[in-house]
Design a protein around this ligand. Structure first.
Ligand SMILES: Cc1ncc(COP(=O)(O)O)c(C=O)c1O
Length: 386
C-alpha cells in the first residue's frame, strides 16, 4: 500500500495534510519520496531550530542515546540538570518543570498560576485572563485558555475560569480584572492567530496592571521562544520578567520537549505530588536542547533579526502583499491573492511555507544560509507577482 493511502486509512483524520511524503532532511532542505528537494521555510512548525540533521546537534543527541535513552523522574540525569541550569541562567528565571509539548508546558503554567494564588489567598481567585486570537494548545484546559470561540465547541465541558480580552485593548483588560483573577496569560506574538505582534505600550500596561493587582504574568513562548524572534525569548524584546513562562517547539531542535519556567516569586509553588510527567525531561531530548541553547549565541540571534528584516523588506514592497508582520524569523504575510493557491504554487516551485489564520507564515530554520533564504524569497516573490 502506498504511504499516503496507508496514512489515510489508518491514521485518525485530524490533519489536512499536504500531498507530500517527506523522507529525508538536511540543513534547510527536505526531500520527498520522488526525490524532489524543497527549501523548508516551516521547520516542522518552528521545531527544527537548526534545520534537519544538523551535524553538531545530531552528535549531541546520538551520544546521549548511546549512553541512556530514558529513566524515570525518580532519578537525576546530567542533561536535564544541565539544561535547567542553562535555561535559568539565560532567562533570569529560577526553576524549570519539564514536559513534552507546548500544551503540557501551558497546563503546568496554568496549574502553577492557580496554585500560587490558592497558597497565598485561598479559594476563589482562579480566573486567568487570556487574549482573543491566542492559541495555547489542544488539551481540554489549553483549548479553554485559547481565546478563539471556534475551539470551544464539541468537546465540552471545558475547564472553567478563563476570560478573554482583545489584544491591545487596555480598557477591556482593566474591565476584565476583578477579585476572581489570578493571572494574565499571553503570547507576545500570537503565532497561530496570525503572527500578531503585541505593542510595547500594551505590554507595559499589562505588566503594570498585573503588578498593581498581584496577578501573575504567564508568557507562552512555545512558538516565539528559543531564538525564533531574534532574542532568546520574546519577552526580552519588551524589557520585563515573566512570573511563569512556557516553551516547547524549537527547544530541543527536533525532539519533543516542553518546559515551564518559574521566577523567584513562583519557584516554590510546585512541590512533590502536585505535578509530574513520565517522559518530561527525557535525557536525549534534554541533550538536544542543551546543544540548541549553547549555540543560540549573540551572533546567531543578530543574524535571525537580519534575515527577518530582509524577508520583510523584500515582501512588503510587493503589490500583491497587504502586510508583513512578525519579528525575526517568525513572519506573517497577508496576501491579496488566494492563500492556498499561493502555497501550492510555492510548493510546485520547491519552497514549503505554512499558514497562520489568513496569512502565509514563514518559520525557517534559524541558521538558514543567506543564499538559500534569498533563493526561497525570490521564488515566493515570483509566485506572488505572477
Ligand atoms: C503559542 C503556542 N502555544 C501552545 C502550542 C501547543 O503546542 P503543542 O502542539 O506542542 O502542544 C502552540 C502550538 O502551535 C503554540 O503555537
Amino acid at each position: 500500500m502506498k504511504i499516503q493511502e496507508m496514512d489515510q486509512q489508518y491514521i485518525a483524520g485530524t490533519y489536512r495534510r499536504v500531498p507530500l511524503t517527506l523522507t529525508e532532511g538536511h540543513g534547510s532542505y527536505v526531500t520527498a519520496e520522488d526525490g524532489k528537494q524543497y527549501i523548508d521555510l516551516g521547520s516542522g512548525i518552528a521545531v527544527n531550530t537548526f534545520g534537519s540533521s544538523d551535524p553538531g546537534w545530531l552528535e549531541a543527541v546520538t551520544a546521549q542515546l548511546q549512553k541512556l535513552q530514558h529513566t524515570s523522574n525518580y532519578y537525576y540525569t546530567e542533561p536535564m540538570a544541565k539544561l535547567a541550569a542553562l535555561l535559568c541562567e539565560k532567562t533570569g528565571m529560577s526553576k524549570v518543570f519539564f514536559s513534552n509539548s507546548g500544551a503540557e508546558a501551558n497546563e503546568c503554567a496554568i496549574k502553577a498560576a492557580r496554585k500560587y494564588s490558592f497558597d497565598k489567598y485561598g479559594e476563589g481567585r482562579k480566573t486567568i485572563i487570556t487574549l482573543r486570537d491566542s492559541f495555547h494548545g489542544r488539551t481540554v484546559t489549553t483549548l479553554a485558555a485559547t481565546g478563539q470561540d471556534h475551539f470551544h465547541t464539541m468537546f465540552g465541558p471545558f475547564t472553567e475560569g478563563f476570560k478573554y480580552v482583545p489584544a491591545g485593548d487596555k480598557a477591556a483588560l482593566a474591565e476584565a480584572v476583578d477579585d476572581t483573577c489570578c493571572a494574565i496569560m499571553m503570547e507576545l506574538i500570537q503565532g497561530e492567530g496570525g503572527v500578531n505582534v503585541l505593542t510595547q505600550d500594551y505590554v507595559d500596561y499589562v505588566v503594570a496592571l498585573a503588578k498593581e493587582k498581584d496577578l501573575l504574568i504567564v508568557i507562552d513562548e512555545v512558538q516565539t521562544g528559543n531564538g525564533r524572534t531574534g532574542q532568546l525569548y520574546a519577552f526580552m524584546h519588551y524589557g520585563f520578567q515573566p512570573d511563569i513562562m512556557s516553551t516547547a517547539k524549537g527547544l530541543s531542535g527536533g525532539l519533543p520537549l516542553g518546559a515551564t519556567l518559574f521566577s523567584e516569586k513562583t519557584q516554590n509553588v510546585l512541590v512533590p505530588g502536585t505535578h509530574g510527567s513520565t517522559f518530561g525531561g527525557n535525557p536525549v531530548c534534554a541533550a538536544g536542547a542543551v546543544y540548541v541553547l549553547e549555540h543560540l549565541d549573540e551572533q546567531l540571534l543578530s543574524e535571525v533579526a537580519e534575515k527577518g528584516q530582509y524577508i520583510c523588506n523584500e515582501l512588503s514592497a510587493l503589490d500583491g502583499v497587504e502586510e508583513v508582520t512578525g519579528m525575526g524569523l517568525m513572519i506573517g504575510i497577508k496576501l491579496k491573492k488566494n492563500l492556498a493557491e499561493t502555497m501550492a504554487a510555492c510548493r510546485d516551485k520547491g519552497v514549503l511555507v505554512l499558514t497562520a489564520h489568513d496569512k502565509m507564515r514563514l518559520l525557517p530554520p534559524l541558521n538558514i544560509p543567506f543564499d538559500v533564504l534569498k533563493e526561497a524569497v525570490e521564488i515566493i516573490k515570483e509566485v506572488i507577482n505572477a
